[in-house]
Design a protein around this ligand. Structure first.
Ligand SMILES: [Zn+2]
Length: 392
């Protein structure tokens, strides 16, 4: 970790506490902070939240350099609704050169609306098209005095060396399961739920959080984890596929309702005036992107959960109960573990099948067809052992 990373040494509550980031790298509180940052690490390791905490710390009038986490500036930044916070993310597969030319370069040259510094957070920076990365170089090298650029990135090898070398790099690690449990409990989750969420999340705090704090996510998880036991025939597989696709559609519909509320709140917060049109436009874009992603997220969650079931069966056969993710379904797991079929090889093939579908979805495959094909294949590869079929 970087030498300049230090803890916010204070007994007061800070933005880092509010966002439960005390285990993450912190930023220095000195005035001479670097203008270009690269936060690197696996999905769900807290990079995006840290970027927001940094933006709050740079601008908080109450605890400058640390961020109080509760003032109007901090809360608006944390929720992504501050006019001097510019969130840039891929639209579709890439961040295009146009996005950088229109959304970053001219904005960086302007003075802040109200905060001390403008902060640009470029999410999934590895998706910047090479031409977009090149377009960003000059701004990264000589950013205006009141501008901070934070690149958030999962895969650094996709970034040009010229971009990388201009940034202060901060490395993030997968969040240990015990730490995830602690964070979730601090956020109000019951201990058994937090423990289960930490186990199934595989170091991804976002996945764990959505599981622990959203009852819908828990009921989705239960229904997805029950899918392998239902795959007795192609017909059953098609039924289960239809349910999964419906779950995704329901999640999209609910999020879309929440977004309408957000638009109302933004309008109330901003009023009319300089920059409000662009804030509205960027919110609308973000919403569209969110919905497009959410469907895939739910489908991927289904595949991941189904795969975790097969993995658990393998784990149970090897007598390593501490590594089992689906703790709530252990009796059924035991039945699968002692059965001869599906054998280990079929389970591995099934896991592999689950792992290839998200790639197809990302390449814009038809979601229904992709899920149907996957489940039909799983029914062929790893039908449930006879004992676990429902008897009526
Ligand atoms: Zn503050």
């Amino acid at each position: 970790m970087n030498q300049e990373m230090e803890s916010s040494a204070s007994s007061e509550t800070t933005v880092w506490d509010v966002l439960h980031l005390s285990g993450s790298p912190h930023i220095p509180s000195s005035v001479n902070v670097p203008h270009a940052w690269l936060l690197l690490g696996p999905t769900g390791s807290g990079k995006r939240l840290t970027a927001l905490a940094m933006a709050a710390a740079f601008n908080c009038p109450e605890l400058p350099g640390v961020g109080c986490g509760v003032c109007s500036t901090c809360t608006r930044i944390i929720s992504g609704r501050h006019p001097d916070l510019h969130l840039i993310a891929p639209e579709g597969q890439v961040i295009s050169v146009e996005t950088i030319r229109a959304g970053v370069i001219p904005e960086a040259a302007r003075s802040p609306f109200e905060a001390r510094r403008k902060v640009f957070v470029i999410e999934e920076a590895e998706r910047m098209h090479p031409s977009a990365q090149n377009a960003l170089l000059k701004t990264l090298e000589e950013p205006p005095e009141d501008t901070i650029i934070i690149l958030v990135c999962d895969q650094e090898d996709e970034l040009l060396e010229t971009v990388r070398s201009r940034c202060r790099v901060v490395h993030f690690q997968r969040v240990p399961s015990g730490a995830i449990q602690g964070i979730l409990e601090a956020e109000g989750a019951e201990t058994p739920v937090a423990r289960l969420a930490a186990r199934i999340a595989d170091g991804d705090i976002n996945r764990a959080r959505s599981f622990a704090l959203e009852p819908e996510a828990q009921s989705r998880h239960r229904s997805f984890a029950g899918v392998p036991a239902r795959l007795t025939s192609s017909l059953e597989a098609l039924d289960a596929a239809a349910e999964i696709v419906t779950e995704a559609a329901t999640a999209v519909k609910e999020r879309s309702e929440a977004q309408k509320q957000e638009v109302v709140e933004l309008a109330a917060a901003l009023g009319e005036g300089r920059g409000t049109a662009s804030a509205r436009a960027s919110l609308a874009k973000r919403h569209k992107r969110e919905l497009r992603r959410l469907e895939n997220e739910v489908l991927n969650e289904a595949l991941w959960t189904i795969a975790s079931w097969y993995r658990d069966v393998l784990t149970a056969r090897r007598g390593a109960p501490e590594a089992i993710a689906n703790l709530d379904l252990t009796p059924d797991l035991g039945r699968w573990a002692v059965a001869l079929e599906p054998d280990d090889r079929s389970l591995v093939a099934a896991i592999h099948r689950c792992a290839t579908t998200p790639g197809a979805l990302a390449r814009n495959a038809n979601p229904s067809l992709a899920i149907e094909a996957t489940l039909v294949e799983l029914a062929r590869l790893a039908p449930p052992p006879a004992e676990s079929m429902p008897v009526d």
